[in-house]
Design a protein around this ligand. Structure first.
Ligand code: KE4
Length: 428
């Protein structure tokens, strides 16, 4: 692929924007090469500014379950724009989208909209702390919940469960109430409860997508629920990525474990900036202006974003069979990759949950972040570059998840598998 214009654009962008990007993962740092500057989306395709076309398996990191320029979402946005962009006052669209999501998620009795997943999680944690009157929170290594200070933590020294900042600029004081446990390891969670003076909440991606795709074991989530109940802590499912991507009615509907709060984003905005957090009525009642836990946002519930979200989520609710159809396509893609890798003695672990798929270059199964870190990221980087050159756009990090949209056709999937077969066959 000739990517001359992207290369030039990236040089210029780096003079203007740190790293040339407005979100770090986009810079291709973990896979190498130059990020593509995108000119437009067309259904299941991205087109870059050099007019190269790619089958898009990133879909803006999840939101675009109907692909690019979905007609109903586009018309809803255009219609909303004609009534004004923003009012800073209640609109019917906010109540409509709230009612729609509440009707789909059994665990959500009330919901608050914000403008990003980070905001949703940050607010949900403040709410959990306000509701329980406790300060400590438990998260899992490998799970990403946005970039609010308390969640930018890494494992402390030795066996300590208390986290230390994973980023400069985060004071140690801001992470001293964050404890780290190991995904799918209930003993590590028990240890956090033992070490803590009082846990306000446990937050988890029930279907983790930020260490690659690593779903939590059903039994583990059930044990998590029991542990939270024993200690009076809240259980928060961060479904910003998996919400309306793994299934229609939330991870609770396929795992059998019900959270106290859920955070959402991505698909519920249809490609526009929307995040949300919701859950039990008694907990949500603590939120300002009903209760004392403060949270606010100028563009929260923006009517244009609500229109896009309504169009997107309504179509999913009206086509519940869609997840089964897209999961079949995702499974075909992963089976094709697995068969091709096996034929060339390449260790590959694959997994699918609804429209989400993931693969690790590893001989061993991946059940937590430590396992994921052992995968061959150098081989992933080579694979990513070769697939890009062949016209297939995958997430530019081993520790991300791929997505199938309604615009990802069977033909595209077969072409993708054929490209992978060629790449695996090529000698390193
Ligand atoms: P945002 O603030 O990026 O809207 O959402 C943060 C967030 C919260 N929780 C989960 C489970 C998430 O996956 C995310 C954001 N996901 C990443 C992709 N892994 C967004 C891409 C990016 O950071 O540019």
């Amino acid at each position: 692929m000739n990517t001359q214009h992207s290369q030039e654009a990236f040089i210029q962008a780096q003079e203007l924007i740190p790293g040339g990007v407005n979100s770090p993962v986009r810079a291709f740092k973990s896979v190498g090469g130059t990020p593509l500057f995108i000119a437009r989306g067309e259904g299941g395709y991205l087109v870059d500014i050099d007019d190269n076309k790619y089958v898009d398996y990133v879909q803006s990191w999840g939101p675009l379950i109907f692909g690019h320029r979905d007609e109903s979402i586009e018309n809803a946005v255009i219609d909303a724009v004609k009534h004004g962009l923003s009012f800073g006052a209640p609109t019917l669209a906010e109540s409509e989208l709230a009612q729609l999501i509440i009707s789909i998620y059994d665990s959500i009795e009330k919901i608050r909209f914000v403008s990003s997943g980070t905001e949703a999680v940050m607010s949900a944690i403040r709410l959990a702390r306000g509701f329980t009157g406790r300060d400590d929170i438990v998260k899992f290594t490998g799970c990403y919940h946005g970039h609010s200070d308390a969640l930018l933590v890494q494992a402390g020294s030795g066996a300590a469960t208390f986290g230390t900042p994973s980023s400069p600029g985060v004071p140690a004081d801001f992470t001293k109430h964050t404890l780290l446990a190991e995904y799918n390891n209930i003993e590590s969670v028990r240890q956090c409860f033992t070490d803590s003076q009082g846990v306000a909440c446990v937050i988890i991606e029930p279907i983790a997508g930020n260490m690659g795709l690593v779903p939590a074991d059903k039994e583990f989530l059930a044990q998590l629920r029991t542990l939270c109940d024993e200690h009076g802590a809240l259980l928060i499912f961060d479904e910003v990525m998996s919400g309306f991507r793994a299934c229609l009615h939330g991870a609770e509907s396929i795992t059998g474990t019900t959270p106290d709060l859920v955070t959402l984003g991505k698909v519920i905005g249809g490609g526009m900036p929307v995040g949300a957090f919701g859950g039990r009525r008694d907990i949500m009642a603590m939120l300002s202006p009903e209760g004392g836990v403060y949270q606010a946002g100028t563009l929260s519930g923006n009517p244009v974003a609500m229109a896009a979200g309504l169009a997107s989520v309504s179509k999913l609710r009206n086509n519940p069979k869609l997840f089964g159809v897209l999961e079949t396509r995702a499974k075909r893609l992963m089976q094709g990759f697995a068969d091709a890798a096996k034929a060339h003695n390449i260790g590959l672990q694959t997994d699918v949950r609804g429209t989400m798929f993931g693969f690790f270059f590893s001989d061993d199964e991946v059940h937590n972040f430590a396992n994921a870190l052992k995968s061959d990221t150098a081989r992933f980087a080579k694979f990513h570059a070769a697939m890009l050159d062949a016209g297939f756009y995958f997430a530019c990090s081993q520790f991300e998840t791929g997505f199938i949209s309604t615009a990802t056709t069977d033909t595209m999937i077969e072409e993708t598998i054929a490209a992978a077969q060629k790449i695996f066959a090529a000698k390193d």
